[in-house]
Ligand binder design. Sequence first.
Ligand code: SF4
Ligand code: ZN
Length: 334
Amino acid sequence: MSELQDLIRSLRPDKPREFDEERPIAMWTEKDVSRGKVVEAFVLILRTRGCYWALHSGCSMCGYINDARMEKVPDKAMEKQLEKAMKKYKGEKVVKIFTSGSFLDPNEISPEMQSRIIRSFEGAERLIVESLPEFIVEKNLQDIYQENLEIAIGLESSSDYVLEHKINKSFRVKDYVRAAEVLKSMGIPLKTYILLKPPFMTEREAIEDAVNSIIFASRYSKEISLNPVNIQSHTLVHHLWRRREYRVPWLWSVVEVIKRAKPKIGDVRLVSWPTAGGMKRGAHNCGKCDKKVLKAIEDFSLTQDLSVFQGLFCECIEEWKEYMDIQDINRFFV
Ligand code: SF4
Ligand SMILES: [Zn+2]
């Protein structure tokens, strides 16, 4: 185990949160896009044992360790969760089914249950599930394949150095490419998550890495989601943030990455929904302009129209630039 992994493990909660295994973690609706139109999306977060990698050590920004445990949630309990979800589902055109890990990991959801869950949403236009590349193999996908299925992978960065030394990801870029090729051969669209500002990077380095990573992932993806880091308890970024050694990214950085990357990726959709945006623990600016900048990012995500950023201004844009200049000089993480 590396030093980084030891440090991440040392920050874990003593005990995982109590949970009712017959109840999904959460369900809600939000806006998304399908067939070029803004539509309602149904989001379902299922309770499973959680991410195997979080149980090993986990990624430096991921709070899923708070939900992970060794015992598997049995199929019977998963069925109850599915029943509850079907009661809430009102035929929304986009369905996103997440776990605190990988939908395709048979230790989280058995292959039979994966199939039953997927089939329950046959009527949706888009059905998105998340998985680590490790579980994306043709054999596993054959049983659950249906036309509306899309798979999301959290690549985070196209740099192996960043994956290993700043995020502690379980896989490397070549594993993502292999999984992307399997999906392509089966005609399953890929959505890729790119992380903005892992720890131990300056704001400017983080912007460069996100722009490069989006351009790289656009070769394989139908959609890319830019995810600015937010602070979740018991993570390495939480530990650094409390010691004032980490600042979450500025919303100006999110805008900058979108403005630079979008013209280089053609028709691939680029979206960003910053978790806890405008709050202390999420990507934020000065407090005065956060709402309008977040609204512009949301408008862009729904329309793909870069003109939403025209004329977007606040005095803190100078502070953001100075912050980057000072970091460049000091290489000091405040
Ligand atoms: S980011 Fe993904 S791979 Fe990393 S610990 Fe969280 S769920 Fe697991
Ligand atoms: Zn401002």
